[in-house]
Design a protein around this ligand. Sequence first.
Ligand code: PSU
Ligand code: MN
Length: 326
Amino acid sequence: MLRGCFVWVRGLILCGSDNLRSMLNQTVFHYNEEVATALAAQRPVVALESTVIAHGLPRPQNLETARRLEQIVRAEGATPATIAIIAGQICVGLDAAQLEHIATTDDVHKLSTRDLAVAVARGWDGATTVATTCWIAERAGLEVFATGGIGGVHRGALPDVSADLPELARAKLVVVCAGAKSVLDLPATREWLETHGLTVVGYGSDELPAFYTRCSGLPVDVRVESAAEVVALVRARRALEVAGALLVTVPVPVESEVPADVLQTALYEALNEAAQAHIAGRDLTPFLLARMSEQSGGATLKANLALLENNARVAAQIAKELKSNP
Ligand code: PSU
Ligand code: MN
């Protein structure tokens, strides 16, 4: 079950830093066959994260969603690469048993940037956050990554800033998300993105979406209406060698949006409970998401599933457009 498929997707005739990169790929990353074949053939691939599966969604919806996201990417004509660490191996693309393992096993670690080398050294099983998925996807030769909502600056006195943000500032990927989670301090998160030079794209939107809702009152940097327009931005960024991820933010589909009053009540209840129970660090985000789902009678969960599916679809369309129009 743990056998990765050791297929080297980089060309053999490489020189200089490409050669080093290739050696790193060969020893560190384990591609499943579907992903290796797609990369070798220059076909579009979409990276998917696994923390949302292991820690962000309840069972059994988590495994169903993991499988559905992969199917949506395939239906759009791209290849899904769900990323996780299995027994200390960095897996780019999981087989059915590995996906089930990540979704149904209790001691799967939530791995952010600081944990990655520890997980490899200790042979852990771990789910990758946006931060670690970015780190891996970029080095594995992927260009597009779909997630739900990125981490950001949390509310409260302690400056709790998700490692997602600095990793996004370093990556060169296209990251498709529904904005930052409403549990966060959204204005502070927006400022952080601006300070670090991350371009925020609104996909059919003038405002940064707020995950469960379509609007935040905060502006995006540029609005686009199509995957082709995103690709035009990617090409300009590559020509200019601009660093940082291109953050493509897609509002949750309107029929799945959580009404503002339901959201406010659920959010404040969840934040209060987290403060009283001294929930902090890596446990905070999963706690808030789970409590809000209970408080809202499942409305936030429904929105979460809908936006994940929507983002996977948009990411696959962008990945396809990038390959069809090089
Ligand atoms: N968005 C979701 N569900 C999630 C997450 C984001 O809809 O579970 C996860 C992502 O993996 C993200 C992480 O990287 O939460 C951020 O956690 P933290 O705030 O602890 O950095
Ligand atoms: Mn944190």
